[in-house]
Design a protein around this ligand. Structure first.
Ligand code: PEP
Ligand code: MN
Length: 347
C-alpha cells in the first residue's frame, strides 16, 4: 500500500509514520517527490493497522497498490524517476547514449573505441568483461583485466562505465570499477543476482529477458528496488519471435507500455534488437521517437575483427551519423541527444 502524506507534513511526521509502519512489520520505501511525499509499505496489512496509520498526524490517505510490482509501479510514484550515472541523467529531457564494443578485447581496441565514441558525442562507455555466450567455446571476456581496461578508458575519456555482471560472486568486484551494472537478458530472472545488485546503491541497467513479458520484466526490477536500490533503468533489447531476418524483434511498444505502467526510465538497444548494423540507425531513431530515455549501441573500430557481435556493431563513422540522426528525432519530440544541435540531414 501507499501512504500519501499531506503536502505540509513535517519531517518529524514522516519519521513517525515510518516508525509505526516498521513497528507493524512493514518494509518501508520513502519517495519524496516535488509534489508529494509518499511512503510505500510492503507487508501483511490488516484493517486495524490501516486505520491506525490513517489516523497518524500528517497522513492524507492510504491507497492500495493493485499492480503486482509495487515499488516499480506508476501507482507508487507518478513522477518519472531520474537515474544519475556518473553525472549522466536518464529519465529527463536529455536522451543519453551508451556506446562501445560488445566485449572488451584488448587495451588498444577499447581505448580506440572509447576515444571515437566520445568524439561522436556518446555519454557513457559500454563493454563486456564477463560475456554470457550462447556457446561455452566462444570468447568469454577478459574478466577483471577487462574491468581494469574500462577504468583506464574512463580515466582518459571521462566517460562513465556500463558493464555486465553475470555472477552474484562478482558484484563486489564489478562495483569497484563500473558506474552502472548491466544485467543481461539471460540473467533477467536470476533472482540471486538481482538481489545482490539491489543491495548496492549503484545504478542498474536491467535488460529484458529474451522471452520475458513486460510484467515479468517489471517484477525483476521490483527485486532490485525492494532489496534497497531504486536506481534502475530498464532496457528493451528485442524478444524472441518467429522472425529470422532480425536476430530479435525489437518491441518498441514496450517503451510506451513501460511509461504507462512504471516511473522507471527505459532505454532501447537497437544492436541486439536487430543483430544487423544496417538496421541499427533506423531502430535507434524509432526508439527515440517512441519516447526511449536513452540508447545503448555497439560500436567497434573494425567489426570484421570483433570477437563477439561484429555483424551488429557500427563502424565509428556510421555511429557518428547515427548520433546526428537520433538528435534530430529527439528534438522533434521535445528532447535532445547532443548538447549542440547539428545541421546534418536525417540519415
Ligand atoms: C550485450 O549487451 O552485449 C548483451 C550480451 O546483451 P543481452 O544481454 O541483451 O543479450
Ligand atoms: Mn553484444
Amino acid at each position: 500500500m501507499i501512504v500519501v502524506m499531506e503536502p505540509g507534513a513535517t519531517d518529524e511526521m514522516i519519521e513517525q509514520v515510518i516508525k509505526r509502519l516498521r513497528d507493524f512489520g512493514f518494509d518501508v520505501h520513502l519517495s519524496k517527490g516535488v509534489e508529494r511525499t509518499v511512503i510505500g509499505a510492503i507487508g501483511e496489512k490488516t484493517a486495524e493497522k490501516i486505520q491506525q496509520i490513517e489516523a497518524t498526524p500528517g497522513v492524507q490517505r492510504i491507497i492500495p497498490i493493485l499492480q503486482p510490482y509495487k515499488l516499480a509501479s506508476k501507482e507508487f510514484r507518478q513522477e518519472r524517476t531520474q537515474v544519475n550515472v556518473a553525472g549522466v541523467v536518464f529519465g529527463g529531457a536529455h536522451v543519453p547514449v551508451i556506446a562501445g564494443p560488445c566485449a572488451v578485447e584488448s587495451r588498444e581496441q577499447l581505448l580506440e573505441t572509447a576515444r571515437l565514441v566520445k568524439a561522436a558525442g556518446a555519454h557513457l562507455l559500454r563493454g563486456g568483461a564477463y560475456k554470457p555466450r550462447t556457446s561455452p567455446y566462444s570468447f568469454q571476456g577478459l574478466a577483471e583485466e577487462g574491468l581494469k581496461l574500462l577504468a583506464e578508458a574512463r580515466e582518459e575519456t571521462g566517460l562513465g562505465i556500463v558493464t555486465e555482471v553475470v555472477n552474484p560472486r562478482d558484484v563486489e568486484t564489478v562495483a569497484e570499477y563500473a558506474d552502472m551494472f548491466q544485467i543481461g537478458a539471460r540473467n533477467m530472472q536470476n533472482f540471486t543476482l538481482l538481489t545482490e545488485v539491489g543491495r548496492t546503491k549503484k545504478p542498474v541497467l536491467l535488460k529484458r529477458g529474451l522471452s520475458a513479458t513486460i510484467n515479468e520484466w517489471l517484477m525483476a526490477a521490483e527485486y532490485i528496488i525492494s532489496a534497497g536500490n531504486p536506481h534502475v533503468v530498464l532496457c528493451e533489447r528485442g524478444i524472441r519471435t518467429f522472425e529470422t531476418e532480425t536476430r530479435n524483434t525489437l518491441d518498441l511498444s514496450a517503451v510506451v507500455a513501460v511509461h504507462e505502467l512504471s516511473h522507471l526510465p527505459v532505454i532501447v538497444d537497437p544492436s541486439h534488437g536487430t543483430g544487423k548494423w544496417k538496421y541499427v540507425t533506423g531502430m535507434a531513431k524509432a526508439g527515440v521517437a517512441a519516447g526511449a530515455d536513452g540508447l545503448i549501441v555497439e560500436v567497434h573500430p573494425r567489426p570484421e575483427e570483433a570477437l563477439s557481435d561484429g555483424p551488429q556493431s557500427l563502424r565509428p563513422e556510421v555511429f557518428e551519423q547515427m548520433m546526428k540522426a537520433v538528435d534530430q528525432v529527439a528534438r522533434a519530440v521535445g528532447r535532445y541527444v547532443l548538447e549542440q544541435p547539428c545541421a546534418a540531414n536525417l540519415a
